[in-house]
Design a protein around this ligand. Structure first.
Ligand SMILES: [Zn+2]
Ligand SMILES: [Zn+2]
Length: 235
């Protein structure tokens, strides 16, 4: 499976959240935050939204409009409860587009997109949010979305865990991840490789300290993704 980090930024820097997973025949995007449209292939089979914060969904209408202009068919959009209402209300401001855009919103927690089996897991954030577990029958990738670190996410057996690391050391939060809160769950972590995304600038400044600190706690493979980076995951 190819994993393309189109956007790894936050609301204040870089292309915002957007990760593309590409299998033999299927291509999906997880989140389409601001700026991702400029680097995104439009021939997607589905878009999975982790939660309806603008740094995760704000290019959705731009993507649907581009697909309409280029003659693509219906796009399946998956998300938490309220995703349909969110999109419909956003489109009220663009009445000229509403009938032209082809999409269907699904708010189910377990579904299939082409060769990908997907499960959504509720996470802990300031609004309803979910992680996605995507398996092509060979490799499994987990994408956390914005969340406080949870055993339900870290204990999933997977080849790659893409986890947020919003904040640096000594930050108190129950909505996001810090090095300390992530380290507390390292004993239950069953991921073969961990890649961090969604680092605010103050976390990005100490990214090497963060991976060094975690490696000392448990010697796993940690990496902080860069915008535009692609990695290949295989058994
Ligand atoms: Zn958020
Ligand atoms: Zn975010």
């Amino acid at each position: 499976m190819l994993v393309k980090f189109v956007g790894v930024g936050t609301a204040v820097k870089g292309i915002q959240s957007c990760i593309v997973l590409e299998g033999e025949e299927t291509k999906i995007a997880i989140d389409v935050g601001a700026g991702s449209i400029a680097k995104l292939d439009f021939d997607l089979d589905a878009v999975l939204i982790t939660h309806n914060h603008s740094d995760h969904n704000s290019d959705l209408i731009a993507l649907l409009k581009a697909r309409w202009l280029l003659g693509y068919g219906k796009l399946d959009i998956y998300g938490v409860r309220g995703t349909r209402a969110f999109l419909e209300s956003a489109l009220e401001s663009y009445a000229y587009l509403r009938r032209k855009l082809k999409f269907e919103v699904h708010e189910t927690r377990s579904f299939r997109v082409g060769e990908f089996d997907v499960k959504a897991i509720p996470t802990k954030h300031s609004i309803e949010s979910q992680a996605y577990v995507v398996s092509d029958g060979n490799v499994t990738v987990v994408v956390s979305g914005d969340t406080y670190p949870l055993e339900e996410v870290l204990s999933i057996e997977c080849d790659l865990l893409i986890h947020e690391m919003s904040l640096p050391f000594n930050c108190k939060t129950e909505d996001h991840t810090t090095p300390e809160s992530f380290a507390e769950l390292l004993d239950v972590c069953k991921a073969k490789k961990v890649v961090f995304v969604h680092l605010y600038p103050m976390a990005l400044e100490v990214k090497d300290e963060i991976t060094r600190y975690l490696r000392k706690r448990r010697d796993l493979s940690y990496h902080v993704a860069s915008e535009g980076e692609t990695i290949h995951i295989s058994k």
